[in-house]
Design a binder for this molecule. Structure first.
Ligand SMILES: [Mg+2]
Length: 363
């Protein structure tokens, strides 16, 4: 069996700024598996640099080539694959890339769409939008466009020192829109008064205000502020999600399949959120059309009850790696449940154009 990989560098339509820094292009790893007349694709959401998490493209390729790839032999079910690689600590993005490749393969083998293969779903995703930090008038312009396009929730990135300016300016113009803020860990518990001051903006939630691996201080913070807390970086597995709810560290979880080792854990986390009267939504890692299709299938699941960061493809890229991008109509993104697997139609010319390195594994 042969599995190919392509490291692609995709220019972003607009630079995307978070509290970590600014991205002008997205570098990700695409995997292609062809066996038994079925072709499956997946995307590893690690990036060139280890800023969102400790993983980056170099560590992901190392873990995949040295440890994970051999476990694809005999094409196990995704859950079986995860068990077989559980002896490797962490490296969830690397694991997720292959776990999801198996999801696409098995869904196609069973002639089911990935959304149906994952469970009961509504057949569409409810998109929200994530807006990076920029000059206030630029951010307001983007919000205006997003509201007109029918996005169901606006999320803005904030960072320490700019939060009140950003949120006040938005609320002055849009007192009633569904608004949330993502701090990407830019605060500490010592900023408690500053964080309390954000309660006045009536946010649906504040996302990951404190350290990327913290649960304890988020639990303390949740008792001090009225804004619900959503965790992103801190939730790396279903076990961590259980602990977070147990100690009241959050009431909302942003699920990114790559962060939690794939779709098996994503579904478990969404179920845990629901069982704890919490909420779950699907985040994004600026995926190309390949990774985006996985997020959409998950976002359509009945266990996901909040709008996610699942924008249509055209939001981030002028040219994508797929010929059938997702589009938004009347505030929803429909999924074609008749197409097997992720349903994507990969544009091999575009894949070639943006590939900066490629290779093959023989197993
Ligand atoms: Mg986030």
């Amino acid at each position: 069996m042969e599995i190919s990989y392509y490291i692609v560098r995709m220019p972003l339509k607009n630079p995307f700024t978070t509290s970590f820094g600014t991205d002008i292009y997205r570098e990700s790893i695409i995997f292609r598996l062809s066996e038994n007349g079925i072709t499956a694709y997946s995307e590893c959401v690690s990036d060139h640099d280890p800023f969102y998490s400790y993983e980056d493209n170099t560590t992901a390729m190392h873990i995949i080539s040295e440890y994970l790839i051999k476990s694809l032999k005999n094409l196990p079910e995704p859950e079986e694959f995860l068990k077989s690689v559980s002896y490797i600590k962490g490296h969830n993005m690397a694991k997720a890339a292959l776990e999801m490749l198996l999801y696409d393969y098995h869904a196609r083998l069973n002639k089911k769409s990935l959304a149906d293969y994952l469970g009961q779903n509504r057949g569409y995703a409810i998109p929200g939008i994530s807006i990076g930090i920029d000059k206030i008038d630029k951010m307001l312009e983007r919000i205006d466009e997003a509201v007109k396009m029918g996005y169901n929730r606006i999320k803005v990135k904030i960072k320490k020192g700019l939060e009140n300016e950003i949120l006040k300016s938005i609320r002055d113009v849009y007192p009633d829109i569904s608004l949330s803020a993502d701090a990407n860990s830019d605060y500490t518990f010592n900023d408690i008064e500053l964080l309390k001051s954000l309660d006045r903006y009536n946010l649906v939630y504040i996302e990951q205000p404190l350290c990327y691996d913290d649960l304890i201080y988020h639990s303390k913070l949740s008792r001090e502020i009225s804004t619900p807390i959503c965790l992103d970086e801190s939730i790396t597995s279903s076990k961590r999600a259980e602990k977070a709810f147990e100690i009241g560290a959050c009431s909302v979880i942003n699920i990114k399949p790559g962060r939690v080792s794939g779709l098996t854990e994503s579904i478990k986390i969404a179920r845990i959120a629901m069982e704890n009267n919490g909420h779950a939504w699907v985040g994004g890692m600026l995926e190309t059309g390949i990774g985006r299709a996985y997020n959409m299938a998950l976002a359509a699941n009945n266990l996901i009850d909040y709008p996610g960061d699942t924008s249509p493809n055209a939001r981030y890229y002028s040219e994508d790696l797929v010929k059938n991008p997702f589009t938004m109509d009347n505030g929803i993104i429909s999924i074609d449940l008749k197409r097997p697997g992720t349903g994507i139609d990969v544009d091999s010319n575009a894949l070639k154009k943006y590939t900066i390195d490629s290779g093959k594994f023989e197993i």
